[in-house]
Design a protein around this ligand. Structure first.
Ligand SMILES: [Zn+2]
Length: 439
């Protein structure tokens, strides 16, 4: 028998392989951070000191949150029940100008990682200031992330102009070039906050260095109409002219799309990141994911920041995405449970350029996965595993989470972060921020 790092016995393994196989009574054999084999539970080829019995559980690929501003957990509930531009101009941007620094980002990102790990997320895409503080939190926690520092025309606490944002992103990309869990992307904030020259530079640098580009685009009808009025063209057409439409582009939100634009996304293999709860909460609009999926566009899921969601729970996001697609099209077959799971796993990996490593449970991939308890009232009985995960599981049923073969959540206990201390630190930030806001 061959000795391996760990063997995890399961009730079901939702592989999310191309055939979407769901294997009953199988185990994951893990060695050197990778999936070495997937076999029946009673296999006798391998042995391990870490033989873990999860036969009353489901193992699925770790969820991938393809759009987040992790540190904004510290502004969770700071301003709600208003439209995007009021929310940004009158609340979020002034609060960020006053409070955002290395400490804010480090603590806020740790708080976000703790919440994400406990709800089954193993990888997230982040777009926020002070990305070194974010990278430090990711590195220490054992989590996986794509970090896309923002590029924005105006000065802020982190950078003085668009060029400074780009230079700092390039330095970060150099520093993390060979990190096994952290990848770097450009994160131009939105077409209305970044002018043509920096966008053109980003297009060229992205191509030259093979770095993805992550951008909020067509988030609201106002954004599109305002661009037409001021520039005579829709934002997506402008990005096309500037050379940004290609398989490295991660287009976040996309609530306003006509048929020609959907075709443009197909032709250029652009990925769309759907953030249904944030779009609903800000009444920004609804991304037409049924049409996009039918056309062949890669659609994945993001929560957006906790200030506009207000949680980082991808189980909620999967369910909302499936229900919203049915409700808006009037077609109950639109976005099946299986499609919702793909959006939260393999499609996210494709969007981030990481599908060779993560997104499904297949031999040779990195061992990033979560384990879900089945023995709960809300998931009994369980006729269909995929349906149970999307329509009745809640994230409190996540018992264990592994990234790169390393256990980060064991029996619902975080192993690399101190939950109690994080909640105390969040409380201290809340007191500080709310005291000065009211004066
Ligand atoms: Zn966002």
């Amino acid at each position: 028998m061959t000795q391996v790092d760990s063997i995890i016995l399961s009730g079901f393994i939702v592989t999310v392989n191309p055939e979407f196989e769901i294997l009953k009574n199988h185990c994951l054999v893990i060695h050197n951070g990778q999936i070495l084999a997937i076999l029946e539970n009673d296999q006798t080829q391998y042995t391990s000191n870490q033989l873990i019995d999860r036969t009353e559980h489901i193992i699925m690929p770790g969820l991938i949150n393809a759009h987040n501003h992790a540190a904004m957990t510290l502004l969770r509930g700071y301003a709600d029940d208003m439209g995007l531009m009021t929310w940004l101009n009158e609340y979020i941007w002034p609060a960020e100008a006053k409070w955002v620094n290395d400490d804010f980002v480090y603590t806020g990102t740790q708080l976000a990682i703790a919440e994400m790990l406990k709800s089954g997320t193993t990888c997230f895409s982040d777009q926020y200031f002070f990305p070194l503080a974010c990278a430090k939190a990711v590195d220490e926690s054992g989590m996986r992330a794509q970090i896309a520092p923002p590029v924005i025309d105006f000065a802020n606490n982190w950078a003085k102009d668009a060029q400074d944002h780009i230079d700092q992103t390039l330095a970060l990309a150099k520093q993390y070039k060979n990190h096994e869990r952290i990848s770097i992307a450009f994160g131009p904030h939105a077409p209305y906050t970044v002018s043509d020259q920096p966008l053109t530079d980003i297009a060229a640098l992205s191509k030259q260095q093979q770095l993805p580009v992550h951008i909020h685009i067509h988030e609201t009808a106002f954004e599109v109409n305002d661009a037409v009025e001021k520039l005579g063209k829709r934002p997506l057409a402008r990005l096309h002219e500037l050379g940004l439409l290609n398989k490295n582009l991660q287009a976040v939100h996309m609530t306003q799309l006509n048929d020609d634009e959907i075709q443009l996304l197909v032709e250029h293999q652009v990925s769309v990141v759907h953030c249904p709860q944030s779009n609903l909460k800000l009444a920004s609009g609804i991304c037409p994911i049924t049409a996009l999926t039918k056309a062949g566009v890669n659609v994945c899921l993001g929560t957006d920041g906790a200030a506009s969601n207000n949680d980082l729970d991808l189980f909620c996001e999967m369910r909302t995405a499936a229900l919203l697609a049915k409700g808006t099209t009037g077609d109950p077959t639109s976005i099946s449970a299986e499609q919702a799971i793909k959006m939260a796993t393999i499609n996210g990996a494709k969007a981030l350029g990481l599908s060779a490593k993560i997104g499904s449970l297949e031999v040779g991939k990195q061992a990033d996965f979560c384990i879900i308890e089945c023995n709960h009232l809300n998931t009994s009985p369980m006729y269909n595993v995929a349906s149970s995960l999307v329509y009745s599981t809640n994230s409190a049923q996540v018992s264990d989470v592994y990234v790169n073969g390393v256990c980060l959540l064991q029996d619902k206990q975080l192993l690399s972060l101190d939950e109690t201390s994080l909640m105390q630190q969040a409380k201290q930030w809340q007191l500080k921020i709310s005291q000065t806001s009211s004066t």
